[in-house]
Design a protein around this ligand. Structure first.
Ligand code: URA
Length: 292
C-alpha cells in the first residue's frame, strides 16, 4: 500500500513539473504580457526552406505594395506555454521560482523605475528622461528598436515620432492594436544627434533589456534594424543579409530581423520586404493579416 502511495506521489510530482515547465496542457493566458515557460523546446531548423504562396496580391497600406509570391518559413516548434516565468538572474539550471502575470508586470514597472536614474554610460548626460517601453505586450509580440530620438526623449515613450507612426501602421496592418504589442529599444537614453549607440553604451544598457525581456516573456520578437540585431545577438552583419531569417534569442524566443521604419521612410521600396517579414511573424504566431 505504501509503495502504491509513493508511486502516486511520484506521478503527481512529475505531472506538476510538466505543467510548471510548460511541457503540458496549461492554457495560454493573454490577460497580461505574453507568458512563456522557462526554456521551452524551441527547435530551429532549415533556415532556407521556402514555401510557395498562392499567387494572390495582398496589400498593406503604407507597409507593402504587394505581397511576395515566395515566403520564407521558419520551422520553429514551440510547446504551449505555461503562465510562469523564471526570475531574472536565476542561475541557469536552478529551479526557477514562478511568477504570475501580475507579478511580472509589477517587476517590469519596478525595473522601469530602476532605469530612470541610470548613469551607467555617457548617454545619461544628454537625456531629458529615460525611455523604457510602450504597450502591454498582451499579443505576445515585441518590437525592439535602436534607441530614442528627439520625440521619444521629449515624450518618454519609444517610437512616437515619424518612424513610430510608420511602425504603428505596420502593427495595425498585422491586425494588432497599437497597445497590444510591446515596443522597446536597445538603449534607453537618446544618443546625441540621433547617432547610433556606441558598443559600450549598448553593453551598459543590455542588462536592462535582458531583464525586461525575461519578465515580458514575448512569444515572438521583431528586431528593427541592424543595431537591434547587433544588441540582441552580438552580430556585426548588415541588416540586408540578416533580414527575413529567423534567429533565436536566449535559446527560446524566435526573432525576425527586419529593416528599421526610419530606413523605410528613406527607402519606401523596402516596405515590401518588411511586409514579407511581418507576415512570416504572423504565421509563426498562427495568425494572418486581416484582409483589406
Ligand atoms: N527609433 C528607434 O529605434 N527607437 C525609437 O524609440 C524611435 C526611433
Amino acid at each position: 500500500m505504501s509503495e502504491l502511495s509513493e508511486l502516486a506521489a511520484a506521478v503527481r510530482a512529475h505531472v506538476e513539473w510538466l505543467v510548471t515547465s510548460g511541457a503540458a496542457g496549461v492554457p495560454r493566458d493573454r490577460s497580461g504580457a505574453s507568458p512563456r515557460a522557462a526554456a521551452p523546446n524551441v527547435v530551429e531548423t532549415a533556415p532556407n526552406v521556402v514555401e510557395t504562396a498562392p499567387n494572390v496580391v495582398e496589400t498593406a497600406p503604407d507597409v507593402a505594395q504587394t505581397a511576395p509570391d515566395v515566403a520564407q518559413t521558419p520551422v520553429i516548434v514551440q510547446p504551449s506555454p505555461a503562465v510562469v516565468v523564471a526570475v531574472p538572474g536565476a542561475a541557469a539550471g536552478a529551479p526557477a521560482p514562478l511568477l504570475d502575470v501580475s507579478e511580472r508586470r509589477r517587476r517590469l514597472e519596478l525595473l522601469a523605475e530602476r532605469v530612470k536614474p541610470c548613469t551607467r554610460c555617457a548617454l545619461h548626460a544628454g537625456r531629458t528622461q529615460t525611455v523604457f517601453a510602450r504597450g502591454t505586450g498582451t499579443s505576445g509580440l515585441c518590437f525592439v528598436g535602436e534607441g530614442p530620438g528627439a520625440d521619444e526623449d521629449a515624450q518618454g515613450f519609444p517610437f512616437v515620432g515619424k518612424a513610430g507612426q510608420l511602425l504603428d501602421r505596420m502593427i495595425e496592418a498585422m491586425g494588432f492594436g497599437r497597445d497590444d504589442v510591446y515596443v522597446c529599444n536597445i538603449v534607453k537614453c537618446r544618443p546625441p544627434n540621433n547617432r547610433k549607440p556606441e558598443p559600450e553604451e549598448m553593453a551598459a544598457c543590455m542588462p536592462y533589456l535582458k531583464e525586461q525581456l525575461e519578465l515580458l516573456q514575448p512569444e515572438v520578437m521583431v528586431a528593427l534594424g541592424a543595431t537591434a540585431v547587433q544588441g540582441l545577438f552580438g552580430t556585426t552583419e548588415g541588416i540586408t543579409r540578416l533580414r527575413g531569417r529567423w534567429k533565436l534569442y536566449g535559446g527560446r524566443t524566435p526573432v525576425m530581423p527586419t529593416f528599421h521604419p526610419a530606413f523605410l521612410l528613406r527607402n519606401p521600396a523596402a516596405k515590401r520586404e518588411v511586409w514579407d517579414d511581418l507576415q512570416a511573424v504572423l504565421r509563426q504566431m498562427g495568425r494572418q493579416a486581416p484582409k483589406r
